[in-house]
Write a protein that binds this ligand. Sequence first.
Ligand SMILES: [Zn+2]
Ligand SMILES: [Zn+2]
Length: 344
Amino acid sequence: MLALRKTEAGQGLALVDLPPPPEPGPGQVRIRVAATGICGTDLAIDRWTPSYAGFMASVLPVTLGHETVGHIVSVGDGVDAGRVGRTVVVNPAVACGACGPCRAGDPVGCAARQPVGLVRDGAFAPFLLAPADYCYDLPDNVPVELGALAEPLSVGAHALSVGGFRPGMRVVVLGPGPIGQGVAALARHLGAAQVAIVGQDDGPRLEVLRGMGFQHCVDRACDGADAELARLAGDGFDLAVEAAGVGAAIDQGLALLRSRGVLVAAGMPERPATVDIMRLVKYRLEIRGASRIPPSAWGVVLSALAAAPSALAPLITHRFPLAQADAALRLCHGRTPSKVLLLP
Ligand SMILES: [Zn+2]
Ligand SMILES: [Zn+2]
């Protein structure tokens, strides 16, 4: 089978021919992959940035792909045989099961995670082995390919949860990439009173959001953006979510909050950021970090997908056969409008 892998330290990914994975072991399922999204993480691994080179060098070669949906084709010992044929999404955050936090019943805090598509072989391939406990049924009314959005949407659901989101809140999202778009869509679905999205030279991405009915999309690269933002902010937003992974956006987000507002940092900037601590103190603001998605966030996402699948469908803008992964990656490195899927 064809698989998109990181085969050696350094820049680049390789499409290689591999034998299909063996039959699933105890507690595992074998999945025929239907679609897998390309994530910023995959692009960073392609570029071999220091944050990934550090922990991945010792696990190569590995098949990438962690935003996936597919059909269970066989199950190992201890897994309900009735799950064969089910369409599932895969939570890639597989815990080791042996470390202190795992033994204490906190797999989300695992100190030695083996994420699918980073440490364990992932889903840029026709078949995937995954632990059954990490596979969640996609609701029947959701078109299969939308399942590939569940993982990136879970990042957004977690960010909102960390921010203490409640219906009626006014939310501003910094960074209109696939994660920020998901935050906006979920905030609206969950009952935000207003959702504004701020980009920086992000025309096509903001256009996707306008097409989804978001009226308050501001591109900082455009004339009048600051005045427009000030007008939208009014007395300040309740919650800001930084989803761009750009340090400067943290401070921009703080400036848009009301007193005692909360900024959730969900992006991962490669460089340290400067923050206006005077503003933070004076207006009693909070900055909270969001990572390590708990299973509860997946529940929120699967409910949102089931409630209004067509509302989230525009978040997928491109599809490529796995054999054309090169072209898909090139497109993604150039900042695509939204999610790009690889179809094995
Ligand atoms: Zn991802
Ligand atoms: Zn562990």
